[in-house]
Design a protein around this ligand. Structure first.
Ligand SMILES: *[C@@H]1O[C@H](CO)[C@@H](O)[C@H](O)[C@H]1NC(C)=O
Ligand SMILES: *[C@@H]1O[C@H](CO)[C@@H](O)[C@H](O)[C@H]1NC(C)=O
Ligand SMILES: *[C@@H]1O[C@H](CO)[C@@H](O)[C@H](O)[C@H]1NC(C)=O
Ligand SMILES: *[C@@H]1O[C@H](CO)[C@@H](O)[C@H](O)[C@H]1NC(C)=O
Ligand SMILES: *[C@@H]1O[C@H](CO)[C@@H](O)[C@H](O)[C@H]1NC(C)=O
Ligand SMILES: *[C@@H]1O[C@H](CO)[C@@H](O)[C@H](O)[C@H]1NC(C)=O
Ligand SMILES: *[C@@H]1O[C@H](CO)[C@@H](O)[C@H](O)[C@H]1NC(C)=O
Ligand SMILES: *[C@@H]1O[C@H](CO)[C@@H](O)[C@H](O)[C@H]1NC(C)=O
Length: 405
């Protein structure tokens, strides 16, 4: 399948094997009441994490005027998979950072919850998602680590030679590009030759609107990047859709349902800062409840954007510091000098008259370190999310500051 990579295993049948007597991950169906308590806590923490990470990315000094778009669930899955091999303080920090309460959730609760989440994601016909781990052919991992990734995160595994940096980089990028239908072409920029393990979580989503836009109504218009700057955009037009005005945070909320159980929520605020500071899972619950349809014209730009992040600093700010310097990854290997060198995230979003295509991948590189260092018109900036309607899981979230970037 991939040159320069030897298959460690490939999952053909997706079977989650529980550690207890019961099968913890037997979900055919994303309805909330089918999840157990641990899974419900993890799902709820993932929702909070989405907004927490959004605020961190939006607060970066160089984020002014820039688009933001990422897949919080992809980041959560990748970090949860890393937590399987983390111990001590490193483990605790990842749990805290992801919002998992260590006195209520054990690692196996979390693994079981992600098994459920990953499996129900894969059950959606419009989503391609998964986890994959590339292991250096001379690196010996704790067998338990790979077993858990395989059984609970449904990960595929490949053996590669990381000293052949270019081949290894191409192998990972080709894999992710294939899985995301060419949308995320170069997840990895450059690999460190001391890499021993590379963990990836990817997601690809392509679906049509429940009610498409008429291309004949799309017209050249302007988007107000800020008070002084306008850029040209192709503005699509639709009539009669669900929308509401949220008085609490002064935001117009528009529903654009996809032709499945997902909805895109577009949020046009009076004041973007207020919206970004206040938005929470409760608001999403409230907004998804809006059912009154109004027939006035709605204009939305057509756009195609790509984003790229190195998450190291942001994750450190969220308390996950140890994994980047004195990491305890003794669940992955007995070597004491393993650290995470980089957490990268790339995403893409394409919105047109027919529907939307969204993709993202998160990569975590683990290296052997020598020194242990480590009317309503969406014509000005708006936020958007792709949310599953029954579980309210935030698959993607972003801000469109300039649709032409
Ligand atoms: C999912 O579960 C709910 C509640 O248990 C049930 O009503 C629904 O029909 C199920 N959907 C599918 C696709 O099995
Ligand atoms: C890693 O954490 C485990 C469990 O807390 C502990 O026993 C071990 O000594 C730690 N290893 C290092 C290198 O700190
Ligand atoms: C974690 O759970 C414990 C026990 O239920 C609770 O006392 C504590 O407040 C929780 N911590 C956080 C940060 O929610
Ligand atoms: C992959 O992308 C091509 C070109 O954009 C598109 O025609 C095709 O439908 C996509 N495949 C899937 C599985 O979404
Ligand atoms: C939505 O999906 C259904 C079934 O998959 C199909 O019959 C219908 O034509 C689709 N609608 C649009 C607008 O694509
Ligand atoms: C938006 O609200 C923030 C505080 O939430 C305030 O500092 C800022 O001046 C407001 N911006 C505008 C344009 O009103
Ligand atoms: C949304 O609607 C459901 C049932 O219709 C209700 O139980 C829930 O409280 C509502 N949520 C909010 C935030 O209004
Ligand atoms: C990491 O530590 C192992 C022993 O624990 C040592 O053999 C190896 O040379 C170290 N790696 C580097 C790059 O220093």
């Amino acid at each position: 399948m991939i040159r320069a990579a030897v298959v460690l295993w490939i999952l053909s049948a997706v079977v989650c094997v529980g550690r207890g007597a019961h099968d913890p991950c037997h979900v055919q169906n994303t309805t909330v009441d089918r999840f157990n308590d641990g899974s419900a806590m993890v799902i709820s923490a993932n929702k909070e994490f989405a907004f927490h990470l959004y605020r961190k990315l939006s607060g970066l000094s160089d984020s002014q005027g820039k688009n933001i778009f990422f897949s919080p669930i992809s980041v959560s899955v990748a970090l949860a998979a890393l937590s399987v091999g983390a111990r001590g303080e490193t483990h605790q920090q990842i749990f805290n950072g992801l919002g998992f309460n260590i006195s209520q959730l054990s690692q196996s609760d979390v693994d079981e919850a992600f098994c459920t989440i990953v499996k129900s994601e894969q059950a959606h016909e419009h989503i391609t998602s998964g986890t994959v781990v590339f292991v250096d052919n001379l690196f010996k991992t704790q067998p338990e680590f790979l077993d858990v990734l395989k059984q609970f995160y449904l990960a595929e595994g490949f053996s590669v030679d990381f000293t052949k940096v270019i081949d290894a980089t191409n192998t990972i990028n080709k894999y992710v590009s294939d899985k995301t239908n060419g949308t995320i072409e170069e997840l990895v920029d450059s690999l460190d030759p001391s890499t021993v393990l590379y963990l990836v979580s990817y997601i690809y989503y392509k679906v049509k609107w429940a009610i498409g836009f008429d291309p004949a109504l799309t017209k050249l218009d302007e988007f107000n990047v800020d008070e002084n700057n306008k850029v040209p955009v192709q503005m699509m037009k639709i009539e009669e859709h669900f929308y509401t005005f949220d008085e609490e945070i002064g935001t117009f909320v528009l529903h654009l349902p996809f032709n499945n159980s997902f909805t895109m929520l577009l949020l046009m605020p009076d004041n973007m800062t207020t919206l970004e500071n206040m938005i929470s899972p409760t608001h999403v619950d409230k907004w998804l409840n809006v059912t009154e349809s109004r027939d006035c014209a709605i204009y939305i730009p057509k756009f195609s954007i790509k984003t790229s992040y190195i998450l190291n600093d942001v994750l450190k700010e969220m308390g996950m510091t140890d994994m980047f310097d004195h990491a305890n990854l003794s669940g992955i290997s007995e070597l004491r000098n393993l650290t995470v060198s980089e957490v990268v995230h790339r995403a893409a979003l394409d919105v047109d008259e027919a529907g939307a295509t969204a993709a993202a991948a998160t990569g975590i590189a683990i290296v052997k370190s020598a020194c242990l260092m480590p009317d309503l018109k969406f014509d000005s900036p708006f936020m958007l999310m792709i949310v599953e309607r029954s579980t309210k899981t935030v698959l993607f979230i972003g801000k469109i500051a300039n649709p032409n970037l």
